[in-house]
Design a protein around this ligand. Structure first.
Ligand code: NAP
Length: 309
């Protein structure tokens, strides 16, 4: 099959399409003929060598995809050949989705309201946002600040938090205020003066802070702790430093269908079926232009999810 791959760690230019061996659906897995697959910042960090040169090469990137099931592994029930699904690879492999065929460890039926491109980019961000909002205990009546609201995870988190009944404030650049507002958040511009702007945006008085909970996807952390009133009420998916005392959440992955991942996908699919959840796309590229997709992600200003077809 054709797959995007890199054979050494380094810049995006190293990505190219190559003929590789097709993967097979092992126990508990399904294989799909991929219609679209996602590109995440994590894929670019991995490719660059930022996480260390820990994977055997060549490596096929991509952790989420959508397509048509063409092989069902032993022990899998509830899905059959020909079904349209979206889902995630086994995250311990850190890749495999940017290819003609991919093996999924967690999946849900493709909602009718999503294009293939949207479905291909939905799973990882739905899973990440759900995990973070669960950790923050986001529920009806809370005011939640999402820092980095215009990105892949932020755009999804706005909608999932709103669906829980929370009031959402989202930080974004001057050019993405309307975009963030269109997804259901009160937009505020990040940068100096953020604390005052969030206060002025009409946040309720939370438990000792201006907001009840903060999801940190991008930008500096200290103002976010001030706004929450305590580091306990801030969860980050992006600050690996550990220096601010806030909680970091990351996907564990592992063998078999991950129940936590399934939970996030099921919630997203159910909301999408009701027309209450969309997957904004920052860019759609042919597989052969995977390097351009990585470069867009590396600008740090992608608005929604980047997808390969
Ligand atoms: N731990 C996990 O499980 C996990 C999972 C997924 C992602 N992540 C990490 O979470 C981070 C976000 O991922 P993503 O996919 O959402 O990234 P992304 O799609 O690349 O989004 C980046 C967004 O950040 C915004 N931004 C840039 N500077 C900002 C600032 N100073 N304040 C607020 N927003 C700012 C940009 O909006 P403007 O253009 O408006 O500036 C852009 O839309 C990445 O570091 C990623 O690696 C972790």
């Amino acid at each position: 099959m054709r797959a995007l791959q890199f054979t050494e760690y380094g810049p995006a230019d190293l990505l190219h399409v190559a003929e590789v061996e097709e993967p097979r659906a092992g126990p508990g897995r399904i294989r799909i003929a991929v219609r679209a697959s996602g590109v995440t910042p994590g894929d670019t960090y991995l490719r660059s060598g930022m996480f260390g040169e820990r994977l055997p090469l060549p490596h096929v990137p991509g952790v989420d995809a959508a397509g048509v099931v063409d092989e069902v592994g032993e022990g899998v029930t509830g899905v059959g050949v020909g079904d349209e699904v979206f889902g995630m690879v086994d995250l311990t492999l850190l890749g495999g989705a940017n290819a003609e065929f991919a093996v999924l460890a967690a999946w849900a039926p493709r909602p009718a309201s999503w294009s293939w491109e949207q479905a291909g980019g939905a799973a990882a961000n739905a899973e990440t946002a759900t995990r973070a909002l669960d950790l923050l205990g986001v529920r009806d009546g809370m005011t939640v600040l999402i820092a980095g609201a215009a990105g892949g995870v932020g755009t999804v988190a706005i909608q999932l938090a709103t669906a829980r009944g929370a009031k959402v404030i989202g930080t974004a650049g001057p050019g993405t205020q309307n975009f963030v507002g269109s997804l259901g958040a009160i937009p505020v511009i990040y940068g100096e003066g953020l604390v005052d702007r969030v206060g002025a945006a009409g946040a309720g008085v939370g438990r000792g802070g201006v907001v009840d909970a903060v999801l940190h996807c991008a930008g500096p952390v200290p103002d976010l702790i001030s706004l929450a009133g305590s580091p306990d009420r801030v969860v980050t998916i992006a600050d690996l430093s550990g220096e601010h005392g806030i909680r970091l959440t990351h996907t564990a992955g592992g063998p078999g269908a991950d129940p936590q991942a399934l939970h996030g996908l099921a919630i997203a699919a159910e909301l999408a079926e009701r027309g209450a959840f969309t997957v904004p796309l920052a860019g759609v590229f042919p597989l052969a232009q995977g390097a351009d997709a990585h470069r867009l992600s590396e600008t740090g200003h992608a608005h929604g999810k980047i997808v390969l077809v």
